[in-house]
Design a binder for this molecule. Sequence first.
Ligand code: PMP
Length: 374
Amino acid sequence: MTAFLQWLADAAKARDRAGLRRSVEPVRRGEHLDLAGNDYLGLRRHRAVVAGAVAAAGSYGGGAGASRLVTGTLAIHEDLERALGALTGSPSALVFSTGYHANLSALTALTDDETLIVSDAHAHASLIDGARLSRAAVAVSRHNDVGHVRELLARRPQRRALVVVESVYSVLGDAAPLAELVELTSQHNAVLLIDEAHGIGVVGQRGEGLAAQLGLAGLEHVVLTATLSKSLAAQGGAVLGHPAVREHLVNTARPFIYDTGLAPAATGAALAALKVIAAEPHLPDRARANANRLAAACGLEEPAGAVLSVPMSGPGQALAAVARAEAHGIRVGCFRPPSTPDGSSRLRITAHADHTDDQLEHACAVLRALTSRG
Ligand code: PMP
């Protein structure tokens, strides 16, 4: 064995010893009730969403064919950017080929070596990687601790600051204290970047997300990022904010400039999903109601969105619970270190607007048995 393969084998053994082996397996359609994915509104197979993808591929082809600044900007990209801006109350939007690219772009292009990034301890990997790639100084604030953010902003030597949070956190499912943070960042001459990946489509009467629900989305010092891959049932991402933010990203964000434009099918699917949400305004409500029902079964408080987080005593116990759920036809998510921000192991359970009463009843019974601590 070469030294290289030996190194990989040693790393694999160490992962096995820690109970942290990961694997990817194709899911078989209809085999399990999905309480693990992020298709919160159940729109991935919606007739109109699939038709939107097919129509866009028919009109524009299989791919955008070039980066946006060359010949890869399509009229449908601009339609989608307008629709995303309208949903979230943001004056402008720029779409990317993934939410990951959107976050890498926002974190790197909206900061410089005279910026302090204050990143919440539970921020998603794409936000962390963006901070690492940037030329800014980075400080990690304790999760949802506004006092700590204040302290870090107040004592910074840098002229600029970017505070980075998620509206609804991807692992714990709790909400950021956005109203306080928007005030604090304004007082400290800082920008607030809110990743709405798990907020859009679920939070707010129209699924507009937490920032828009609180009336924060149009503010000059607020920037939103979003993904098209969860409630919007497609693939891709977006940065939303003041037109000057868009202009700056178009000119300086490397994951935008050097990446091929968002694929037409994904663009068409997301655009169609936005139309479905507008036409069927009960969907966000339904996702939240289903989340509340599942949360009650797990003995948890009402979640902020559609994500529930059930603490487990260790990675082995979490895996065993996943296997038991699977035996009952239910797929739940499992987060183990190093994917959890606090080093704990958890079940991650997601609610979906399209689950039926019968499905939910069965899911609740299984979850009650899995999570009862008595
Ligand atoms: N931000 C958050 C909070 C996420 O949970 C994710 C996806 N897991 C992303 C960004 C990345 O989005 P995408 O999957 O579109 O790359």
